[in-house]
Write a protein that binds this ligand. Structure first.
Ligand code: PEP
Length: 257
């Protein structure tokens, strides 16, 4: 059984004061949640403060990015050990990083290997563009992203990686994938490829979140899908009401807490 996991990606929103307030509200609102793993990923500037607020809570903290090198002349970057001081999770290869900051399958792979070596739980994002989707290239493209990301990752480490399948055209647009389509793509482009790379047991152990305009009123449709193990949430993770609403609809749909 894969433990459901819902994470919020706060992107470039919230000052330290605002992030602290949101984290306190979530800590209170979600205190009774037991069977769903929860995390929020603030900006790097707010990560330390949010981690302090969430200490002794059931919500973990994650970074939105990191560099793969241990240290060096990389102005503006954050090393794995620096993330590890403040966080449990790290998002790797978000489509906005791929689109605006030149990340490739190769840099995603380097970051994934570095995150594993540092003992962080990586949330690796993959997903196709609208053009690729319309051209029927999704399974081949996402499968390629998976092969690229996992190059050189040993089987025993692969099972602890979290994946977020996020069709780019669904991120921040209010338009979601059809839950059945997302489920099929996760099966064909992710689990089948992971079975090929490792084995069926490993492929079945890896958690895959759906991401792309998840809201309180559509979370249930995704979480009930057999291949979908939770969500990576952007816009709707920025208020207590919306994020707690998403978590509560997942609990209701799964029939647990
Ligand atoms: C994301 O940033 O990963 C995301 C899925 O954003 P949104 O929920 O706003 O579509």
């Amino acid at each position: 059984m894969r433990r459901p996991f819902i994470a919020g990606n706060w992107k470039m929103h919230k000052t330290v004061a605002e992030a602290t307030e949101l984290a306190s509200g979530l800590k209170e609102a979600l205190a009774s949640v037991k069977d769903i793993e929860l995390a929020v990923c603030p900006t790097a500037t707010a990560l330390g403060a949010v981690t302090q607020v969430l200490a002794d809570s059931n919500i973990g903290a994650g970074a939105q990015n990191m560099h793969w090198e241990a240290s060096g002349a990389f102005t503006g970057e954050i090393a794995p050990a620096m993330v590890k001081e403040l966080a449990t999770y790290v998002i790797i290869g978000h489509s906005e990083r791929r689109q605006f900051f030149g990340e490739t399958d190769e840099t995603v792979n380097k970051k994934l290997l570095a995150a594993i070596a540092q003992g962080l739980i990586p949330i690796v994002c993959i997903g196709e563009s609208l053009a690729q989707n319309e051209a029927g290239e999704t399974v081949a493209f996402v499968g390629g992203q998976i092969r690229g990301a996992f190059a050189g990752v040993p089987k025993e480490d692969a099972r602890n990686v979290v994946l977020a399948y996020e069709p780019i055209w669904a991120i921040g647009t209010g338009r979601t994938a059809m839950p059945e389509d997302a489920d099929r793509i996760i099966r064909e482009a992710i689990r089948d490829v992971l079975t090929d790379l490792y084995d069926d047991a490993t492929a079945q152990a890896i958690r895959v979140q759906y991401g792309g305009s998840v809201k309180p009123d559509n979370m249930a449709d995704f979480i009930i899908m057999p291949e979908i193990d939770g969500a990576l949430v952007g816009g709707a993770s920025l208020t207590v009401e919306a994020f707690a609403g998403i978590v509560n609809s997942a609990i209701k749909a799964l029939g647990n807490g």
